[in-house]
Structure formats: C-alpha cells, structure tokens
Write a protein that binds this ligand. Structure first.
Ligand code: PRP
Length: 177
C-alpha cells in the first residue's frame, strides 16, 4: 500500500497550509505577547498542527496535550465526551489556547473548553486547523480558523482513517475505497 492510495483529491495543499500557519503565527504572537500562553493540543489529530503553529510563533509559550473521545451511537455523536488523558499543567490563571485539528460536531471542544474554564484558566481561546460547520451540534465556534471546509471525509495533516494517513503532508479527500 502506498501513502496516497485512497486519496481522491487534494483539498488543502502543503503550500496553502504553510502560508496560513505563517499568517496565524504572526496573529497569535501579537495577541499573546508577554502572556506566556499555554497551548493545549487535543490528541491525536492535533499533533502536527500543534508542532507547526508553535514553531510559527515569535514569542515564548508552553505546550501540553489532552486526549478526549466522543461516544457514538452508530455514526451519531451522543454528545458525551470522556477525557482519556489529562494535562500535566495547572491551568489556573493561565491564558490557554486549545489547538484542534478539526471541529466537527463541536462536542469535544465544548467539553474541553468548559473543563479548562472550571479549572480556573484566565482565558480559553480555540484555534482550529479545519472547521466543518455543516456538522455542528454544540454551540461553539473557534476564535481562529485556518480553513473552513465542506462536509467531506478528509484525512492527512494529523487526521486519520482507521489510524492511516496522519503523516500525509496535505489534506486530502478520502475516496472510501
Ligand atoms: C477528532 C478530532 C477532534 C474531534 C472533533 O478526534 O481530532 O478532536 O474528533 O470532533 P467533534 O467536533 O465531533 O467532537 P478523534 O476522536 O477522531 O480522535 P483522533 O484525534 O485521535 O483521531
């Protein structure tokens, strides 16, 4: 099997990603100057976006990770989210930026944001690499969105299909074959 087997077309190219990462690195560096923000990546999907976005910053920051899972009844999200791996950082009084690879129903982010606020974070903002607004169930939106995409099954740049394709350098549309 080759890495690109099953990819129907390129939705977001490497060049487009790189341009946006640079642009948002500048925006966040300005916004979080002198704030020592804590970037929280939601595993596994966000690992590539996290590494790119923090390296585009020109200010100091800290990073940590969480893993969460949504419960599905068949293919329908139940809205229940479980924290599978927690942070090792105390977020109280911190300016937190949650870095997510994709917002789909929004249930994961809704639960994570609520939890971090309850733990006393000074501020919690969300940056998402992809947003699929057509699928939204929870009342949540990102503060920063790099790309808004249609309701297609996308893989690559951290996103998987049965754990494959995460290391693809672009976002592709999966053919389902
Ligand atoms: C995906 C994605 C988000 C979440 C978004 O993670 O990385 O965390 O789903 O979906 P939602 O908006 O409907 O809650 P997934 O549970 O597939 O795990 P993974 O990141 O390990 O692939």
């Amino acid at each position: 099997m080759n890495l690109e087997d099953g990819i129907k077309s390129v939705l977001v190219s490497e060049e487009e990603i790189s341009k946006k990462i640079t642009e948002y690195g500048k925006i966040l560096s300005e916004e979080y100057k002198d704030k020592n923000p804590l970037f929280v990546g939601i595993l596994k999907g966000s690992f590539i976006f996290m590494s790119d976005i923090v390296r585009a910053l020109t200010i100091p920051c800290e990073i940590d990770f969480m893993a969460a899972s949504s419960y599905y009844n068949g293919t329908v999200s139940t809205g229940n989210v479980k924290i599978k791996m927690d942070l090792s950082t105390d977020v109280s009084g911190r300016d937190v930026v949650i870095a997510e690879d994709i917002i789909d129903t929004g249930n994961t982010l809704c639960a994570v944001k609520k939890l971090l606020m309850e733990r006393g974070a000074k501020s919690v903002k969300i940056i998402t690499f992809l947003d699929k607004p057509d699928r939204r169930e929870a009342d949540i939106s990102a503060d920063y969105t790099l790309f808004t995409i249609p309701n297609e099954f996308v893989v690559g740049y951290g996103l998987d299909c049965a754990e494959k394709y995460r290391n693809l350098r672009y976002v592709g549309i999966y053919s389902g074959e």
